[in-house]
Design a protein around this ligand. Structure first.
Ligand SMILES: C[S@@+](CC[C@H](N)C(=O)[O-])C[C@H]1O[C@@H](n2cnc3c(N)ncnc32)[C@H](O)[C@@H]1O
Length: 179
C-alpha cells in the first residue's frame, strides 16, 4: 500500500508542479497576451504550413508568440532556416530554450513582447494568436513588413488582410502576402 502511495505521489507531484508552472506563468502575462494562452500548434498543422511555405536557410523567419518553439525547430530541421521567436510567457520561454538546447537547434528565442519589436526585417512571419491581439498586430504588420513578405496565421484570420491561401487542417490556416 505504501509503495503504491509513493508511486502515485512520484508521478502526480511532478505533474502538479508542471501544471502550477503553467498556471502561474499564464496568469502573469494574461493581460499582455490578451487571452492568448500557451497552446501549441499541432505537428500536422506545422507540417502542412512548412510544405506550403517558400523557406530557405536565408529566409528571415519569425514566430510571434513562439510558445515552446516547436514551429521554429521544425522549420530548421526541414529547411535549415534559423528563425527567431518572441515569447513573454516565462514557462513557454523556458521550455523553448530547454528544447532548443537539448535538441542542439540553433534557433533564437527572445523573451520579448513582439509588439515592441520592429518587424521590418522578416520575410516570413508565423503566429497563432487570439483575435484581440491580431487586431493590434494586423496594422503593425501592414506598416512594417516589406512588400512580398508572407504572414501565416493559424486558426484565426488577420483582420483587414486578404489571404492568398487557406489550408484546413482541422482548423483553418491563413496565408497572406504583403502587397
Ligand atoms: C497559442 S500560443 C502559440 C505558440 C506557438 N506559436 C505555436 O504555434 O506552437 C501563443 C503564444 O503567444 C504568446 N504571446 C502572446 N502575446 C505575446 C506578445 N505580445 N509577445 C510575445 N509573446 C506573446 C503567448 O504567451 C503564447 O505562448
Amino acid at each position: 500500500m505504501k509503495v503504491l502511495l509513493a508511486a502515485i505521489i512520484l508521478v502526480l507531484l511532478p505533474l502538479a508542479v508542471l501544471k502550477l508552472c503553467y498556471a502561474i506563468s499564464t496568469v502573469f502575462v494574461l493581460r499582455k497576451t490578451k487571452g492568448a494562452l500557451f497552446v501549441s500548434t499541432s505537428r500536422a498543422k506545422i507540417k502542412a504550413i512548412l510544405e506550403a511555405l517558400p523557406l530557405s536557410p536565408e529566409t528571415r523567419l519569425a514566430d510571434l508568440g513562439c510558445g515552446d518553439g516547436r514551429f521554429l525547430r521544425a522549420a530548421f530541421k526541414r529547411y535549415g532556416v534559423k528563425g527567431v521567436g518572441f515569447e513573454i510567457n516565462p514557462w513557454a520561454y523556458f521550455l523553448a530554450r530547454l528544447w532548443n538546447f537539448l535538441g542542439r537547434v540553433p534557433v533564437e528565442v527572445r523573451r520579448k513582447n513582439f509588439l515592441q519589436e520592429d518587424l521590418s526585417r522578416y520575410d516570413v512571419v508565423f503566429c497563432y494568436l487570439f483575435p484581440d491581439l491580431l487586431l493590434e498586430l494586423a496594422p503593425k504588420l501592414r506598416e512594417e513588413l516589406r512588400p512580398g513578405a508572407v504572414v501565416v496565421s493559424a486558426n484565426f484570420p488577420l483582420p483587414g488582410w486578404e489571404p492568398y491561401l487557406v489550408l484546413h487542417v482541422g482548423d483553418p490556416i491563413y496565408f497572406y502576402r504583403k502587397t
